[in-house]
Design a protein around this ligand. Structure first.
Ligand SMILES: Nc1ncnc2c1ncn2[C@@H]1O[C@H](COP(=O)(O)OP(=O)(O)OP(=O)(O)O)[C@@H](O)[C@H]1O
Ligand SMILES: [Mg+2]
Length: 294
């Protein structure tokens, strides 16, 4: 009897600690849920339907909270609908911040950012972000099935649509080779995907989102050349017929684009296609290019 009772008591003890942990996790979730959004939505949001995908920054000044000096000071630039624009420049020059302002992850201090002529400060943020697809530098996968991960931006997508997106993203082959296919769990406690595979899942997400504006933040970590080629090919396919901003770390990515914006200390110091920029003697792009083609 002593042993039996001891066994039961131990089990009760274990259950109590499980309950304790769940309560703690729920408390954290509630805390997060109650945190007000960093950028508030307008009280009476205007509607946004991105048809063409033109982008304009007008006299934008922006200082990161807690920083003494502005990163962008009176920055203006127009990006035509359907054009493919590369953002290059040294580390810390403001490339990622530029895309964050476009997505309104931060609010500018003054000036306007327009998408198809609509001031992004006047629309609901969820509206804006559902119409700009983002392939981040380090795509985040959730502890969910691959299918759910791909459908993240469009939870109502059918299995056929998900599969089609995966195929366009060059992800279908590796997914179908997994024993459980699209039902395979990924993330923290699921299978681990390689960097290139994760990127292709993120590209499949963007295909499914089918937005007119696409923001690609190129991975800094280098992939093996085969994986690289698959990602590159999927990106080319994804760019078709959209306005594209690519933050590029390897200049090979931007050589074929319509236009390259060269950032330095929060300013756009050069703005032209590759062929013109490499010829500008003493230009920043020419220097960066010389460094990378050593
Ligand atoms: N959340 C933040 N708070 C304060 N300062 C920030 C924040 N994020 C970026 N910065 C600063 O803003 C500047 C621009 O950063 P940003 O991330 O836009 O550079 P980047 O051009 O994308 O660089 P990289 O090529 O390394 O990705 C940097 O000086 C950086 O330290
Ligand atoms: Mg960056």
């Amino acid at each position: 009897m002593t042993f039996l009772v001891q066994g039961y008591l131990r089990e009760i003890g274990q259950q109590v600690s499980v309950v304790q942990r769940s309560v703690n996790e729920m408390e954290e979730l509630l805390l997060l849920w109650r945190t007000p959004a960093g950028v508030p939505d307008p009280v009476q949001p205007a509607s946004l339907h991105v048809r063409h995908g033109a982008i304009a920054f007008e006299h934008v000044t922006f200082t990161y909270p807690g920083q003494p000096d502005p990163l962008f000071n009176d920055l203006s630039v127009q990006i035509a609908a359907g054009s493919r624009v590369g953002l290059v420049g040294p580390s810390g020059s403001g490339k990622s911040s530029f895309t964050k302002l476009l997505l309104r992850l931060y609010a500018q201090n003054s000036g306007r950012i327009l998408v198809d002529g609509v001031d992004t400060a006047t629309v609901r943020q969820s509206d804006l972000r559902s119409q700009i697809a983002l392939v981040p530098q380090e795509p985040l996968l959730f502890h969910r099935s691959l299918a759910e991960n791909i459908a993240y931006g469009r939870p109502d997508a059918t299995p056929e649509q998900i599969e089609h997106a995966a195929r366009l993203a060059n992800a279908a082959d590796f997914i179908e080779r997994l024993p459980e296919g699209y039902a395979t769990l990924v993330g923290e406690r699921g299978i681990k995907l390689s960097g290139g595979e994760r990127q292709r899942v993120a590209i499949a997400r963007a295909f499914l989102a089918d937005a007119r504006i696409l923001v690609l933040d190129e991975a800094t970590a280098s992939l093996d050349s085969q994986s690289e080629a698959l990602v590159q090919e999927a990106m080319e396919r994804l760019m078709e017929g959209r306005t594209v901003l690519i933050v590029a770390h390897r200049l090979a990515t931007v050589v074929g684009l319509d236009r390259i914006l060269v950032f330095q200390h929060g300013q756009i110091v050069e703005d032209a296609p590759h062929a013109q920029l490499v010829q500008r003697t003493g230009g920043l792009y020419q220097q960066l290019y010389a460094l990378q083609s050593l």
